[in-house]
Ligand binder design. Structure first.
Ligand SMILES: Cc1cc2nc3c(=O)[nH]c(=O)nc-3n(C[C@H](O)[C@H](O)[C@H](O)COP(=O)(O)OP(=O)(O)OC[C@H]3O[C@@H](n4cnc5c(N)ncnc54)[C@H](O)[C@@H]3O)c2cc1C
Length: 377
């Protein structure tokens, strides 16, 4: 008999898992999303390193229209005044089939939903109650429909509601005293950058990243600013005070429409207390965006879980947690370190940081252990 799976949340993690399940005849599954549709209109970008590309290629990502994606060659580091510090050759981690890729988030979601739509995706679904029933998991939704499944997968993001039904050990995500601003640029404005690369500008208590997201020369900008509180109606003042005060030439960048988010990360990673319930993506662990690995880890976690349940591994719950924990701990440490190092506020610390950056970036051994182990495919 086919195993039944319910996935809660149609973000990158839930959709990736759904794609793998769809290709395996052992499973019957349904993806439940609380929103009324998928966010296909938003154009912001996402970076995917080779670790996630190698997995996505197994579900056909290599056939995506190449006009809608980009393969940046370098990561260029600048001071906030637009003075080049050094660059890292990102293509050293690429292989013929797996290349560091940037694209619009909506392009990725379009690709992931292609095989899943209508038959396996239900919108406007919120869980009301979940419990174990005769060795299975009974899910009751607030529209009075039910599902009885062999596996329940929480893929509902950093504030996972699924987790709250099973885990009594409350573990609220922590506000990182920082916000992110994202927008799309049609041109590089007056930035002195190579548009074919990823450019990172490091300032006092903030950094910003610009990268191409397709072959049409559209650029994505992400700006991370440290701040003790998040007030969406006050973002322009914050940009003026924390960014433009350091380089007024950046003012044209923020004339486009932007969106802002408070940044949270998971404070403690906890195992699922039920063998039939798993958490993937940000529901397992949410990171700061300073290593650009959140989506990558959503994809990896979905793939790891798929392999364990596909092989009927009786120890799936323990193995999944152990492997994931080790991986997210390493990535979490690197993301936190980058967050710290990108934002030094005194010029002496910035000079020391830049000196070490120039030195370390040329050391193959260091780069392989800092990034190569993350990007391995
Ligand atoms: C500014 C910024 C830049 C980033 N840049 C990158 C990058 O370049 N590269 C990268 O790899 N990562 C990046 N990330 C991180 C990445 O976006 C996330 O880690 C990733 O999208 C998480 O995917 P997910 O599917 O786990 O969760 P989500 O994307 O949060 O999806 C969860 C889904 O579940 C649904 N949902 C929520 N609650 C319920 C419920 N109760 N019932 C049903 N459905 C529910 C939501 O509507 C949503 O569709 C960035 C993050 C930020 C903030």
């Amino acid at each position: 008999m086919k195993k039944k799976v319910a996935i809660i949340g149609a973000g990158i993690a839930g959709l990736t898992l759904a794609n793998f399940l769809k290709k395996n005849s052992k499973f019957e599954f349904m993806l439940y999303e609380k929103e009324k549709s998928l966010p296909l209109e938003e154009g912001f970008g996402i970076q995917l390193a080779t670790n996630s590309i190698s997995i996505l290629n197994q579900i056909g990502f290599n056939k995506i229209n190449s006009e809608n994606i980009f393969h940046p060659k370098n990561l260029d580091f600048y001071t906030i005044k637009n003075k080049k510090v050094c660059d890292l050759d990102l293509s050293q981690f690429n292989s013929e089939n797996h290349k560091y890729t940037t694209l619009k988030r909506s392009t990725l979601i379009e690709f992931l939903k292609d095989e899943i739509y209508s038959q396996n995706l239900r919108f406007g679904k919120q869980i009301k109650e979940v419990r174990e029933l005769k060795g299975k998991i009974l899910i009751k939704f607030d529209d009075n429909t039910n599902d009885l499944v062999d596996f329940l997968i929480g893929a509902d993001g950093i504030f996972s509601n699924t987790k709250s039904f099973f885990e009594t050990n409350k573990n609220k995500p922590k506000f990182k005293n920082a916000i992110a601003i994202r927008l799309l640029l049609q041109s590089k404005k007056n930035l002195e950058i190579d548009e074919k690369n990823i450019s990172i500008f490091m300032g006092s208590n903030m950094h910003l990243v610009v990268y191409p997201i397709n072959k049409k020369k559209e650029l994505n900008l992400v700006c991370v600013i440290r701040t003790k509180s998040y007030n969406p109606s006050n973002i322009l003042t914050l940009i003026e005070r924390e960014v433009l005060s350091q380089n007024h030439n950046l003012k044209d960048l923020f004339k486009s429409n932007f969106k802002s988010w408070p940044l949270y990360s998971t404070s403690k990673i906890i195992p699922s207390t039920n063998r039939k319930v798993f958490y993937i993506g940000d529901a397992f662990n949410g990171f700061l965006p300073t290593l650009a690995q959140g989506a990558g880890q959503s994809i990896e976690s979905a793939f790891e879980l798929f392999n364990l349940i596909k092989d009927d591994n009786l120890n799936a719950s323990n193995l999944y947690f152990k492997t994931r924990l080790a991986r997210v701990k390493t990535i979490g440490r690197r993301s936190n370190f980058n967050f710290f190092a990108f934002h030094f506020s005194t010029s002496i610390m910035q000079k020391i940081r830049n000196y070490f950056l120039r030195f370390l970036i040329k050391r193959k051994g260091f780069i392989n252990s800092y990034l190569g182990t993350i990007y391995k495919n």
